[in-house]
Design a protein around this ligand. Structure first.
Ligand SMILES: [Zn+2]
Length: 335
């Protein structure tokens, strides 16, 4: 009996020592890194978190860039990151349920899982549509493509980091102010440049349905999205319906993305005469980790300039935006 008890205490001691050391990594100088560790999911959210965290917290993404985040299942090795993390930031709105499940099973008891999108979007503003039908119970989760929501995301991240690491409250507030200014500049540039698009052309037909909230706020019309709720290619009857709709609405350009290559859009383009622009990036940040444009701002500048020029406009203001290199951030983006 006594022996067993000692054994249990010994085991608890070993476990607690292991927990202490696993939460910190070692930097190049061999010093333990004691900064808070923030686990995030998709790369735009990783980038927004890195903008706020700067060099005072470590940020590590989970969903590899260029993969379908909607069907993503974390591999067992993600459990290690989730068990080390001091804060787990997810989009929520049902985007990352398998990752949340793994986080709940592995996280430290005092680590919070924060569903940022679920926090900032009241249920009355949920958008359900072709790719995210109401009967499936998963609203369209793509808030971060809208600069005004991206600012709200950054605000939630600032508040979470501030309560986790109160010594750096002012630092996180300063980084938030910088992010807010950049996102507002982007928003103003989109608003100005979209006026150069010929009247009646602000219609969006994309493969992946990532712009519903943006379109609502900026006065664009989402004609549709091609990808059905199971993220396969659509049925032939659906393709035929889209072809009719593109013709009826005189859509000039249809947009695909590198993350979801599809022959269906080519077919719709051929059948309607609409130009097929296949280079949207969805949540795959441009360039490589460490590059200036490998950021939320770089991604959104790229996607909005692609859409506006694709629809016949001139993205002068967007081109004038400088995407500054993130000098102090060393976020980890799995590839
Ligand atoms: Zn998506």
């Amino acid at each position: 009996m006594r022996k067993t008890k000692l054994g249990a205490i010994g085991m608890a001691l070993i476990l607690s020592l292991a927990a202490c050391s696993s939460g910190s990594s070692t930097d190049s100088s061999g010093e333990a890194d004691t900064r808070p560790l923030i686990a995030t999911t998709v790369s735009p959210i990783t980038s927004i978190a890195a903008s706020i965290a700067g060099d005072r917290a470590r940020v590590e993404g989970i969903v590899p860039e260029g993969t379908n985040s909607h069907t993503f299942e974390p591999s067992p090795k993600v459990a290690k990151l989730l068990s080390d993390a001091d804060l787990i930031l997810v989009n929520g709105l049902k985007l990352e349920d398998p990752t949340i499940k793994m986080a709940e099973a592995n996280k430290k008891s005092d680590t919070q899982i924060v569903e940022i999108g679920t926090l900032v979007l009241p249920e009355s503003d949920y958008i359900y549509d072709f790719s995210f039908p109401k009967e499936e119970g998963k609203p369209n989760p793509h808030l971060w493509t809208d600069p005004s929501y991206a600012i709200k995301y950054a605000g939630v991240i600032r508040d979470q980091l501030s309560s986790l690491d109160p010594e750096n409250v002012d630092y996180y507030a300063e980084n938030f102010a910088t992010f807010e200014q950049q996102a507002n500049e982007l928003s103003a540039a989109v608003t100005a440049d979209q006026k150069s698009v010929p009247a009646g052309n602000l219609k969006l037909l994309t493969y992946h349905d990532a712009y519903a909230y943006f379109a609502k706020n900026y006065g664009w019309t989402v004609i549709g999205a091609i990808q059905p709720d199971n993220f396969d290619d659509p049925a032939p009857s659906e393709v035929a319906r889209l072809i009719d709709q593109v013709k009826a609405e005189n859509v000039t350009t249809i947009f695909g993305s590198e993350v979801f290559p599809s022959a269906v859009l080519e077919e719709v383009g051929r059948a309607t005469g609409a130009r097929y622009e296949d280079s949207l990036r969805d949540d795959d940040l441009p360039g490589a980790p460490g590059d200036a444009e490998h950021s939320w701002l770089g991604l959104m500048k790229y996607n909005y300039r692609t859409m506006i020029s694709g629809l016949g406009g001139t993205p002068t203001q967007l081109d004038a935006i400088t995407v500054a290199p993130a000098t102090s951030s060393s976020a980890v983006y799995p590839q």
